[in-house]
Design a binder for this molecule. Structure first.
Ligand SMILES: [Zn+2]
Length: 515
């Protein structure tokens, strides 16, 4: 995520280039979703049958670039989520059936299995109700927990280590019109439906225990293993959809003016979908990857500029951090209240940064979110307990891009403005905190300056400690070693040490890391 405020600007030519584009940008504001009811006939689902287990991986390969599909072989036992969702923008609802294939990779039998219901986070103001749960065709009991942000499914008989369960859920999701206490990732307004957190997910385990923390209203909530998703969306025909992964089929349905699109994600920790009948799209190619930007007509100029920056960032980050393995990367304009939010294969950008003074931040936000495709997407981490591990890396990676492309003078100005100045009030007072605390340990106003900005200062100091050659080799090695996995701060520090003979322990201790 890139937070909304305070609002650092990009100094120099990048800023004025973007601002200049926006000054000549004009367009009409789309009607609200409810203002055009004739567009929104109730969808009628006509889902195609799910593929056989044997066909599952070969279908997932359609989300991967040629040459990277073989990486799926290591994910043969990853959770599989097969979703069929009827989406009604008019009613702001999703009616879903979800089939989860889950293999118990732990050492002990499971008598119950939790799912996180991120849509039910209090500040998201959605309402996800499980209507029915089954295991292998038989109903199972379920109990909500953690303020309805989780549900426990009873597994009887218990699921032995190595055994696979087939879980089927039907559920209904009501999407709010606004959610101002959080980032508004799940919302239907301004002619756009943003559906973050629409899928109940098996949480990652932390020291053997499932993650059932109740996330703060600030900071990112997701902590999940890499999984494979197939999702069929039944939509009113005029809808343009941006989504994780690749669309492999589009079918018109006979009834009610709907169509059904089928997507596969490839290896992903979650999926995200955003819809609007007003979206326009532009795309660019980076090698064999299609980068696509979806935006409202009035925001075309910024949408096209975001596309250029994302494509350029993708090219540069691949050179440093290794290949982006998917066929597609998408950007989508949404009513997000944060500046940007990362999801697997798709980046949500708040409408406010396409327009006016906030647009000065667009280049920075786009690069930060593209970097998250490595730091969060490919390399997972505990975003609740060790948020610096992806946020500081995404922030510093964005700066590395500008150091490479904008020249030393501009890069130095950015470094001061974006890292040193926000972090200083905390570093130089008794409010200083280490960068490696859980989200909940930071006061809301300290979270960004310490985790993102002081975190980036830590990475810059580590680079100086190791030297450029060792530092960049380490970042690439870290991305390779933990690709599709979850890394901890301990993993990060230990791996860094293997890239230099110079002892790093005193340096890490200086920055508050204790063994
Ligand atoms: Zn971020």
């Amino acid at each position: 995520m890139r937070r909304r405020s305070p609002a650092p600007g990009l100094a120099g030519p990048i800023t004025w280039l973007v601002l200049g584009f926006l000054l000549i940008c004009a367009g009409c504001r789309p009607a609200s979703l409810t203002a055009t009811p004739t567009l929104w006939e109730a969808p009628t689902s006509e889902p195609a049958p799910a593929p056989s287990p044997a066909a599952w991986l070969s279908e997932q390969a359609l989300a991967m670039r040629p040459g990277y599909a073989e990486e799926l072989a290591d994910l043969a036992h990853a959770p599989c989520y097969d979703l069929q969702a009827d989406i009604s923008p008019e009613q702001r609802t999703v009616q879903a059936s979800l089939h989860i294939t889950y293999t118990n990779a732990g050492a002990s039998a499971l008598s119950e299995l939790p799912l996180r219901l991120y849509a039910n986070l209090p500040y998201r103001q959605g309402r996800l109700d499980i209507l029915r749960a089954e295991r292998d065709g038989r109903p199972v009991t379920f109990d909500y927990a953690v303020e309805r942000t989780a549900v426990w499914l009873t597994l009887a008989p218990a699921l032995a280590p190595g055994q696979t369960a087939h879980i089927a859920l039907t559920y209904r999701l009501a999407v709010p019109e606004s959610a101002p206490d959080g980032y508004q990732e799940l919302v239907a307004r301004d002619g756009i439906m943003s559906l973050a957190g629409m899928v109940p997910l098996i949480p990652a385990r932390r020291d053997g225990a499932w993650d059932l923390d109740l996330p703060e209203p600030y900071g990112d909530a997701l902590f999940a293993e890499t999984a494979l998703f197939r999702f069929q969306l039944t939509l009113p025909r005029p809808m343009v959809a941006a989504a994780t992964g690749s669309r492999v089929e589009e079918r018109s349905n006979a009834k009610a003016g709907t169509r059904t699109d089928t997507y596969v994600s490839g290896p992903a920790r979650d999926i995200m979908v955003a819809l609007s009948p007003y979206f326009q799209a532009e795309s660019r190619s980076v090698e064999d990857i299609t980068v696509r930007s979806y935006f409202l007509p009035e925001d075309r100029t910024a949408g096209v500029e975001a596309l250029r920056l994302a494509a350029d960032g993708l090219r540069q980050f691949q050179e440093w951090f290794g290949a982006y393995p998917y066929r597609e990367l998408e950007l989508v304009e949404t009513p997000l209240l944060a500046a940007g939010m990362e999801y697997p294969g798709i980046i949500s950008l708040g409408r406010h940064i396409y327009q006016g003074d906030q647009s000065r931040r667009l280049p920075w936000v786009v690069l930060h979110e593209v970097a998250h495709q490595w730091w969060f997407g490919l390399v997972g981490n505990d975003q609740l307990r060790e948020p610096w591990l992806d946020e500081a890396l995404a922030n510093y990676s964005a700066w590395l891009y500008f150091e490479r492309t904008a020249g030393q003078q501009e890069a130095a100005a950015l470094f001061r403005e974006l890292f040193e100045e926000p972090a200083r009030p905390f570093q130089e007072t008794d409010r200083d905190l280490p960068i490696n605390l859980p989200v909940a340990a930071y006061p809301r106003d300290a979270y960004g300056p310490v985790v993102y900005d002081k975190g980036a200062l830590f990475l810059h100091a580590l680079r100086q400690e190791m030297g450029d050659e060792a530092f960049f080799a380490f970042l690439r090695g870290y991305a390779e070693r933990f690709r599709y996995r979850i890394a901890t701060a301990g993993d990060f520090l230990a791996l860094a040490q293997t890239y230099t003979p110079h002892p790093l322990a005193p340096f890490f201790a200086e920055w508050g890391f204790v063994k």
